[in-house]
Design a protein around this ligand. Structure first.
Ligand code: FES
Length: 75
């Protein structure tokens, strides 16, 4: 899977977000529907962002706090 070994650092704006968890999106860290086209068996993580803030979305697929980075990429 096309994961990377570091998080995506985003200055997020309020709203409902769908973050990719399958690693196949062409618009990471957001879902682009690739999980359905490629039948990955995964689905995006829906997160409600209530205020503008910096977020770190997992890019390695190893986090225990999906969809956010928990430092597992560096272990
Ligand atoms: S990028 Fe996956 S745990 Fe940090």
């Amino acid at each position: 899977m096309p994961y990377q070994n570091e998080p995506y650092s985003i200055q997020e704006i309020p709203g409902t977000k769908h973050y990719c968890t399958c690693g196949e999106s062409g618009n990471k860290p957001y879902c682009d529907g690739s999980h359905k086209k490629l039948n990955t068996g995964k689905s995006p993580a829906q997160v409600e962002i209530s205020e503008a803030k910096d977020v770190f979305v997992c890019g390695c697929g190893k986090t225990g706090n999906s969809p956010f980075c928990d430092g597992s990429h560096s272990k």
